[in-house]
Design a binder for this molecule. Structure first.
Ligand SMILES: Cc1cc2nc3c(=O)[nH]c(=O)nc-3n(C[C@H](O)[C@H](O)[C@H](O)COP(=O)(O)OP(=O)(O)OC[C@H]3O[C@@H](n4cnc5c(N)ncnc54)[C@H](O)[C@@H]3O)c2cc1C
Length: 311
């Protein structure tokens, strides 16, 4: 397969010829993988499937997994690069109830309490689902202790967190604990710009790359074919059938799931053209903290603890 001329890691839809021929990024997460994962062969020749899935991130792999486990439907996954190439292998690893910038109270004001409850319930189920998938399939992706802190950076923000805690516990029936500054300093973190925090119990961190590689294993264990280095270059619909054409092969599918995320070209298929909304998100990872900095943090933490305890 031709290597992407722009560079081999970043994908810029305005410059790249297509989403294939790219290497997995040399990320922090990649540095935690002891030995490089086995890469599956590319699709060659012509194959048939019930559902052709374009893209092997969380969406594509779990679609294949649930089609097989819950509906006994045979799917085939075509991944342009390697599993873990996309956002699923390079995100921040937070498994959280993400409500964006709107709080649940604001949602209730805008759309009614039932809608806010529905959104909260879907978020809760999503976190539970990932947690269950990890446990049931024994995926070694370093799940962290549950609990998620929202830190207030000023007194007004702390007031808002207080209201949020009340709303979540009283109106939504969820778990939320308001953590005053003293407790935050003693039990979690000491920071001179913190005013307290809201602690949500159900949320945790994972190694996202290990998670997606774990999904790959589980999907393959169900006998589902995953072809890597198999970028779908053309998606043609003929007589009610779909032809997914890669550089070396063709997959004939009754149905197609487009799980190619932000890598979907502007013109791909009338089924998906113009239906993607790009959102940009970045992560910055610091260098590992030096011993001196860690010592500083430790001393600061214990100073706070001693000060609170003994004045
Ligand atoms: C910086 C960042 C931080 C994030 N942090 C979090 C977080 O902490 N918690 C959270 O829940 N979410 C987070 N997200 C969002 C989350 O990572 C994504 O929602 C999720 O990974 C999307 O999975 P996906 O399978 O839809 O797409 P992807 O993982 O991007 O997979 C799409 C795959 O499709 C393949 N593909 C594309 N075109 C083709 C083609 N033509 N043929 C074959 N294959 C193709 C690509 O190579 C790619 O591997 C973050 C995202 C980013 C970018």
């Amino acid at each position: 397969m031709a290597q992407n001329p722009i560079n081999s890691v970043h994908f810029d839809p305005l410059l790249a010829s297509g989403p294939g021929g790219l290497s997995c990024p040399d990320s922090y997460w990649a540095s935690t993988i002891a030995s490089p994962p086995q890469i599956n062969p590319a699709l060659t020749g012509t194959s048939q499937t019930d559902v052709g899935i374009i893209g092997g991130g969380y969406t594509g792999l779990l679609t294949a997994y649930y089609l097989a486990t819950e509906f006994n439907i045979h799917a085939t996954v075509l991944e342009a690069n390697q599993i873990g190439f996309g956002a699923s292998g390079r995100n921040a690893g937070f498994v959280l109830k993400g409500s964006g910038r709107l709080g649940y109270g604001q949602m209730a004001n805008r759309w009614g309490l039932d809608t806010a409850k529905g959104i909260y319930s879907e978020f809760s189920q999503a976190v539970e689902r990932v947690s269950d998938l990890i446990k049931d399939n024994k995926i070694l992706c370093e799940p962290q202790q549950p609990g998620y802190l929202k830190i207030a950076h000023n007194a007004k923000a702390f007031k808002q967190l207080e209201q949020a805690a009340k709303f979540i516990t009283r109106e939504l029936g969820g778990q939320a604990e308001l953590i005053p500054l003293k407790q935050l300093t003693n039990e979690y973190m000491a920071h001179n710009q913190a005013y307290g925090a809201l602690r949500l119990e159900d949320g945790f961190g994972v190694n996202p790359l290990k998670l997606v590689l774990g999904y790959k294993q589980r999907v393959e264990a169900r006998g589902i074919k995953i072809y890597e280095n198999s970028c779908v270059e053309h998606w043609i619909e003929e007589q009610g059938k779909h032809r997914l054409i890669t550089e070396q092969g063709e997959l004939l599918a009754k149905r197609v799931v487009s799980a190619d995320n932000a890598y979907t070209p502007k013109r791909f298929s009338p089924r998906v053209d113009g239906k993607f909304l790009p959102i940009l998100s970045n992560i910055i990872v610091t260098e590992p903290l030096t011993g001196l900095r860690r010592l500083g943090q430790w001393a600061y933490y214990h100073y706070g603890w001693l000060r609170d305890r003994y004045g």
